[in-house]
Design a protein around this ligand. Sequence first.
Ligand code: GLC
Length: 424
Amino acid sequence: MTQANSGIVKEWFRHPRLGMFIHWGLYAINGWHEQEQWRGRVPRDQYARLATRWNPVKFDPDAWLDLAQDAGMEYLVLTTKHHDGFCLFETAQTDFNVTRTPYGKDLLAELAAACHQRNFPLGLYYSVVDWKQPNYPNEDRHHELPPQPGDSPDFARYLEFLREQVRELCTNYGDIKVFWWDMNVPEHRDESINSLIRQLQPGCVINNRGLDEGDFGTPERDWHDPRPGENRPVEACQSVGMQSWGYRVDESYYSDRHILRSMDRFLAGGAHYLLNVGPDAEGLIPAKSAAMLRRVGCWYKNIKPAFAEARKIGTLPAAPGSLVARSGNRLYLHFPADLLGEDVVVEPVTALPKRATLLNTGQNLVCKNDVVPSMFLKGKMLRLCGLPVNELANTCAVVELEFADGKDIPDFGEGTSVVNINVM
Ligand code: GLC
């Protein structure tokens, strides 16, 4: 941790754990993928002409924020400039921006006003790779175009462009809480850029995909167990759709179960989670995405107490794939994998809890302290009885056990690993 990352600066980030990620830009018009230009081999000029059709007349930032809040989300990150170089904000650095489209207005300004109005933390995504700016050295590396005729590749000059855009983003839109870099393909290092962000926006947390390691890690889509001892906050990101982060007309959605289980694994490990939707070209979040977010929200709001303070301490041998987290006198048993049956032996716990609650439904669970035949060598163990396993088959079950005394909770033998969000 560098000095700049420490202390009160990042205080706000300890609390909100679930955020909304929004990928939105010209690519929503054709509705295939946010990297349509690159993956579809679309000539730059042809792609750029999409700007003449950009007019999201149904954009209503309050509707987005209402949905985010319905889903229990507590911050938001918007793609202000994706790899295509199109800016959703007014900028003096390039004409390839939203104010030079039929829409004509500064979208980011509208979203920022709505966020500030309800004190909703706003984060900005910004791609280092740029398929439009002539100084960016497109060299046909991953996520880059081949060299373009008429360009004047000059990374130092590109950095000046980028620095000025960072200055605009961190000056013109009030409080910015997250700066979310992406795709530093040249792997260029320059700590002065994040320093500029910190100077202009002292409350801002910065991810690790920019020009230095920033404040937090960003595992994407699949579960990567953060390295033990890696004392850095983690924010996982995932999209509701399997193929694209931007709007895709016929997106294949993940199952709720997949998303909930992925969320649970990260959140129970102390991480944050950024769940993405791609609004369409009119500015509407697709109904299917919105419905999914609302369902996720129903689950999340019930389970949330399990994520507040608890830290992972181990797993249950009798429940493959389970996670156990502890907060004081409470244990939280997470079952992101299928429960095998309606009883769970909570080895190595023997004491009966004061209360056992299935957080998904709020129902109390019967607990016993007895010997189960298959584990007779272990002696008496705590056993949770009568979990409604069939009803829970498509979700992620979480049980809260409240003990009379912290001493009732034995050592699970794995130490407090995974992610510590309190180290910033
Ligand atoms: C991947 C995608 C990129 C997207 C990002 C979000 O890197 O390639 O398009 O913006 O994920 O994390």
